[in-house]
Design a protein around this ligand. Structure first.
Ligand code: HEM
Ligand SMILES: *[C@@H]1O[C@H](CO)[C@@H](O)[C@H](O)[C@H]1NC(C)=O
Ligand SMILES: *[C@@H]1O[C@H](CO)[C@@H](O)[C@H](O)[C@H]1NC(C)=O
Ligand SMILES: *[C@@H]1O[C@H](CO)[C@@H](O)[C@H](O)[C@H]1NC(C)=O
Ligand SMILES: *[C@@H]1O[C@H](CO)[C@@H](O)[C@H](O)[C@H]1NC(C)=O
Length: 394
């Protein structure tokens, strides 16, 4: 009881002093929960582990602070910075600035990430998951893998882990063919794609985004991605081996707030993981633990297991709060995930300004239709499910 009260006090104090509701206060609470529960401390990565502060670039400093959950020194989201191109694609002015070409990439990607309903699309969700499946093959103990583009360059789409990512793989190949000659690498296209996609979902985070990763066409080791039938301890151990601690894993699972599964149960293909697919709210959290969700809401066994784990409870509740939860995914962990396996993090360049601006509130125009879909009998890829996938109005 005592710990519960002290957590609430921490949260309230944080809330009153914070300029970005839903952002810093979550971080503070998270960092205190992580400390109190003796969840292993957040770790630094690669060159940031060894370089003295005096040798860090501004980007190196920022990422170091982000990884250490120091929000004064490294806020993980940026809602305001807008990059303006100095000239047309291919012009000398544009070539002179790393982010210029990325602005053109971001604008093109954004057109297919948001549908007419304002919700984000299948391709947007696909690239977020792709970002995870490219980078998440890294292991701190065994090495190999990481955010290196090998998912596409070494055709990892053939693996069962990656079922469902076929369409985004094809689109990503087209993008690479178009943008590589302007200097874009595959690893960066994937990770920039993921953050551009996240912010294209209404209420989605505007995650600080970096470029400059090296590509690799060496296949990443197999068996490094999670499966829905693993128990919580196995999942926690798997992610800890990627320096992602339990609290961070829980924040990352929040990505399932936008998704609609296809292959986990093909007889229910198109069924969403919460009642608002394509919207980056926090409903995924309370709905995963509720017995009273609409019948179409399809819960992954792994999400339920993680939610029920004793050390998850407080964070699951924290992330369920619409005031505090939404930024959580971004804040803590996507940046870490997106640089796993990168050797010289200190050499990356920040291009957050090229991202679309965040849509901070969203009211759907087809609430009634959505509700009746969610209560309808599951039919694989029903007409409504397909419209939802495409971000169309029901
Ligand atoms: C315990 C860990 C995880 C497991 C077992 C898991 C499993 C799954 C499964 C089975 C699907 C449905 C695929 C399909 O049937 O089409 C899915 C979708 C998705 N996952 Fe996860 N996932 C995990 C963690 C994550 C993380 C860390 C992210 C964050 C980046 C993520 C992002 C997504 C997204 C965005 C989708 C939707 C993809 C789409 O709609 O095409 N997942 N996940
Ligand atoms: C956060 O970073 C600032 C600036 O680098 C530093 O002065 C401060 O000690 C850090 N705070 C924590 C809790 O590490
Ligand atoms: C891929 O796109 C096609 C055409 O839009 C669609 O019918 C199919 O369901 C998609 N498949 C996957 C696995 O995303
Ligand atoms: C990419 O590889 C080159 C050559 O090994 C290295 O100098 C550079 O620092 C690497 N970049 C990153 C971001 O790790
Ligand atoms: C949308 O967000 C803006 C700025 O955050 C706020 O002023 C406005 O009241 C919100 N609108 C609705 C309908 O919630």
């Amino acid at each position: 009881m005592r710990t519960k009260i002290s957590m609430i006090t921490t949260l309230c104090m944080a809330a009153t002093i914070d300029a970005f509701p839903g952002m810093g206060n979550t971080l503070q609470a998270l960092s205190s929960i992580v400390k109190r529960q003796e969840i292993p401390k957040t770790e630094l990565l690669a060159d940031l582990k060894i370089l003295p502060d005096s040798e860090l670039t501004p980007v190196g400093k920022a990422i170091k602070a982000i990884l250490q959950i120091n929000r004064t020194a490294g806020p993980p989201q940026d809602f305001d910075t807008v990059y303006t191109v100095p000239g047309p694609l291919g012009s000398p002015e544009c070539k002179a600035e790393t982010c210029c070409m990325w602005k053109y990439v971001a604008d093109e990607m954004a057109t297919v990430f948001k549908g007419p309903s304002g919700r984000c699309t299948d391709l947007a969700r696909g690239v977020v998951r792709l970002g995870f499946h490219d980078a998440g093959t890294w292991s701190k103990t065994a090495g190999g893998g990481g955010a290196d583009g090998s998912f596409i360059l070494a055709q990892e789409i053939m693996r069962p882990d990656n079922r469902g990512l076929e369409n985004i793989t094809n689109v990503m190949e087209d993008w690479y063919n178009k943008w590589h000659k302007h200097g874009a690498g595959m690893a960066d296209l994937i990770q920039m794609g993921a953050t551009i996609a996240a912010v294209s979902c209404p209420l989605g985070p505007r995650i600080r985004s970096f470029v400059g990763r090296n590509d690799s066409s060496i296949p990443s080791p197999e068996g490094r991605l999670p499966e829905t039938n693993q128990d919580a301890e196995a999942l926690i151990a798997l992610f800890e081996d990627k320096t992602i601690v339990q609290g961070e894993l829980i924040s990352l699972l929040g990505a399932h707030t936008v998704s609609q599964q296809r292959f986990e149960d093909p007889s229910r293909a198109g069924d969403p993981q919460d009642s608002t697919p394509g919207v980056w709210d926090v409903k995924f959290y309370p709905e995963t633990t509720s017995d009273h969700t609409p019948q179409r809401v399809f819960k992954f066994k792994s999400d339920v297991t993680m939610a029920e784990h004793p050390r998850s409870q407080e964070l699951w509740t924290l992330f369920s709060d619409p005031e505090r939860g939404p930024g959580a995914w971004a804040q803590v962990t996507y940046i870490r995930l997106s640089i796993l396996g990168v050797e010289h993090i200190n050499n990356l360049v920040e291009c957050t300004g090229v991202l679309p601006l965040r849509v901070s509130n969203f009211t759907s125009t087809d609430e009634t239709e959505l509700e009746s879909f969610l209560e309808s009998k599951s039919a694989p890829m029903s007409e409504e499910a397909v419209k939802l996938l495409e971000g169309e109005v029901l």
